[in-house]
Design a protein around this ligand. Sequence first.
Ligand SMILES: Nc1ncnc2c1ncn2[C@@H]1O[C@H](COP(=O)(O)OP(=O)(O)O)[C@@H](O)[C@H]1O
Ligand SMILES: [Mg+2]
Length: 383
Amino acid sequence: MNQRARPAPTSDSPTHQQGSLEAFLQSKATRPTNQSTAKASAAISLSTSNDLNQRIRVCVRKRPLNKKETSNQEVDIAPLRGSRTIELNAPKTRIDLTRYTETHTFTFDDTFDGSSSNTQIYARTAQPLVDYIFKGGKATCFAHGQTGSGKTYTMLDPNHGLYVLAAQDIFRLLSSEYYAHLSASVGFYEIYQGQLFDLLNQKAKLVARDDGNGNVVIAGLREYPIGSVEDLMSVFEYGNQGRTTGKTGANNKSSRSHAVLQILLKTKTSPAKVHGKLSFIDLAGSERGADRGDANDKTRQEGAEINKSLLALKECIRALDQNKNHTPFRGSKLTQVLRDSFTGDSRTCMIATISPNNSNSEHTLNTLRYADRYRIEAIQELD
Ligand SMILES: Nc1ncnc2c1ncn2[C@@H]1O[C@H](COP(=O)(O)OP(=O)(O)O)[C@@H](O)[C@H]1O
Ligand SMILES: [Mg+2]
């Protein structure tokens, strides 16, 4: 299919009103800020536990029941069983309309419920990846799940998302003499309908290329140097205003694009060399076409593209987990731009986010199966 023929984001996107990043930062600098900036987190836990240093980690996070669900007397149908296992008691109805419960059990590297904070989750997901990029590696942290299940809250919440917690550790490490030769910069783009848009440069269209050494270069991507956590948060705030959202049956303001925030560690040499790269990816909602109710053609097309990229992502992570030489990264734009995260010594952490309530049980089961399936197959191959 000719991707260039696809429509660019329109409707809800504030593309055309957005000024430049510099103007935005200038206006922030001149107005008093009473916004809460992130406090330095407690001492970095340089955990050496082996299980945190796996090439791939897959964790599940269940959010708490929200007010609406509680007032509708919905219950939590996904109890944790220990720190790694989650049960899903899905309500079912037989043809004769009698009801029964179907229980599914899944085991992951870690499971977290509504009482876990982002700080606790960070320590078991992104923090080992921060250590890894300082050693010169490439790492990716994904959130995947149904719209409303907590992807953005986990990854890209402006004040306490994992990216902020990672930045606190990154700048702490950069301030040490040992890493005085490195500096940080940030790129932020979205993938919408198979096209790339630079969120730090008024949504300029970008093209991904191979540099001939197996590295993906996103031509023209703005990489903005950052010197502090606050810098990063301001740059993020600007970029986040440009994200594509749309109305679907599942949620009125669901994110219909994948957002990729990458923090690069570069040498201070000229030319600078990339030392390490950490990407945070807030994937578009995983619900299927049928869940979108009276959605129009555009929404359906978005859904098809999102599903294609999520399938391709699963294939690539499976290939990485199985140490396969061939990674099917060409399956979608998402995996194409993440190619260097699926090769060599890269590390990946996926956080599957789920809603706890009964009426979302189908979505929850899909998310848990998506996160689980390639691991089972990987284990079977070893047998
Ligand atoms: N672990 C959590 N604790 C408290 N509130 C949460 C949690 N996860 C999500 N929420 C809330 O639920 C709503 C949906 O979360 P959001 O991150 O926007 O979902 P998604 O990005 O997957 O569509 C938001 O109002 C968010 O603040
Ligand atoms: Mg979101």
